[in-house]
Design a protein around this ligand. Structure first.
Ligand code: NAI
Ligand code: MG
Length: 368
């Protein structure tokens, strides 16, 4: 197989700062573990708008379609708030997701022991937590037609439509079952089959796929509102949660806060397999471009670095190296190394973005 390719799109604000640390990590794996990647860099978001007048040039879109993995930093910033909706930085990201047809959004909620005090929940509720929320990303109520604001008599009516086809449900269900097999072998599917027809179909299709193809995986169903309660009450009961676009948006944001800082949260968005068998894939931290701290060396690079760990695992089948990287992050946190976002009011000195990257590299080297 040819050298796997990675397209790096740092974007705006802290995007380029955190991505610089990922590049150090990629170089480390190249030198010390002999993992060679064909890495190229391009622009997205405001940075692309400044150069090309569009948040994602066609040429960049083409490169993304061909890359084995796309790593994205973050897009947006106050400078671009005045732009027309059609060229806003976010449109670049949305175009990538849409044209690559990235239907399966993986959002892990993992609690590093060293940060368990950081959660708003009790330590024993979150310590050791490791769950994965799989959110359907390209259909459902954010895309369904009809939509709009119409006039009905004397009032305005806002309309959105929840719509799922069988095949859309089936493909995201498969991706959740596949993931579960590589983890704790448990899937909990969440919808509102009690009040929504799309929920009834969701439950039926997930059950059919399970019986026909994944009977070895443990499957349960939960109404999404009850699921939200269970997520706060005892999140460790879950392994993989699969749910639709809207519920997944809410549940994954809630789950994120189980573990503390936005600066810690990675994500992956996967599509259909390409000719070489690898899925189309985009990896990015959950956080945005953080204009309030951009350019100050304060950003936590861990979310972006853990996103690269997900790329190692899900695009390149390098689970052991992904674990090595995650363990290095864990080690650095256990040693008390903290960027500013991970510090309370106790007056300890934070490290900079690049110092955090260097510490992670040191821990990687120590792991050899
Ligand atoms: P944000 O995630 O950029 O920042 C929220 C808060 O968290 C800020 O106080 C920020 O300093 C902090 N923060 C975020 N990431 C951090 C990190 N790695 N280390 C330390 N602190 C971190 O969200 P916000 O402020 O709502 O949006 C700022 C810009 O980012 C906007 O233009 C927004 O549209 C864009 N955005 C882009 C996203 C993306 O590219 N996927 C996602 C969310 C927002
Ligand atoms: Mg959200």
């Amino acid at each position: 197989m040819s050298t796997p390719s990675i397209l790096i799109l740092p974007g705006d604000g802290i995007g380029p700062e955190v991505m610089a640390e990922v590049v150090k990590v990629i170089d480390w794996f190249g030198e010390k573990r002999d993992l060679k990647f064909d890495v190229s860099h391009d622009l997205v978001g405001g940075a692309a708008y400044d150069k090309h007048g569009t948040p994602l040039a066609d040429e960049t879109m083409e490169k993304a379609q061909k890359a084995d993995a796309v790593l994205l930093g973050a897009v947006g910033g106050p400078k671009y708030d005045v732009l027309d909706f059609s060229v806003k930085p976010e449109r670049g990201l949305l175009r990538l997701r849409k044209e690559m047809d990235l239907f399966s959004n993986l959002r892990p909620a993992q609690c590093f022991d060293a940060l368990a005090d950081f959660s708003s929940l009790k330590k024993d509720v979150v310590a050791g937590l490791d769950i994965m929320i799989v959110r359907e990303l390209t259909s459902g109520i954010y895309f369904g037609e009809p939509r709009g604001i119409i006039k009905e008599g004397n009032e305005r009516v806002g309309i959105n439509t929840q719509r799922y086809t069988e095949s859309e449900i089936a493909r995201v269900a498969r991706s959740a079952f596949e993931l579960a097999r590589k983890r704790g072998n448990k899937v909990c599917s969440m919808e509102k089959a009690n009040v929504m027809e799309s929920g009834i179909l969701w439950r039926d299709v997930v059950t059919e796929i399970h019986q026909a193809e994944y009977a070895d995986v443990e499957l349960s169903h939960m109404y999404a509102d009850a699921g939200a309660m269970q997520l706060c009450r005892w999140p460790k009961q879950f392994d993989v949660i699969v749910t639709d676009n809207l519920f997944g948006d809410l549940l994954s944001d809630a789950a994120a806060m189980l573990t503390g800082s936005l600066g810690m949260l990675p994500s992956a968005s996967l599509g259909a397999p390409m000719d070489n068998g690898r899925p189309k894939a985009l990896y990015e931290p959950v956080h945005g471009s953080a204009p309030d701290i951009a350019g100050q060396g304060k950003a936590n690079p861990i979310a972006c670095i853990l996103s690269f760990a997900m790329a190692l695992r899900y695009s390149f089948d390098l689970g052991d190296d992904a674990t090595r990287l995650e363990k290095a992050v864990e080690k650095v946190l256990a040693d008390g190394v903290r960027t500013a976002d991970l510090l309370g009011e106790d007056g300890a000195t934070p490290v900079s973005t690049s110092e955090m990257g260097d510490k992670i590299i040191e821990a990687l080297t120590a792991s050899l």
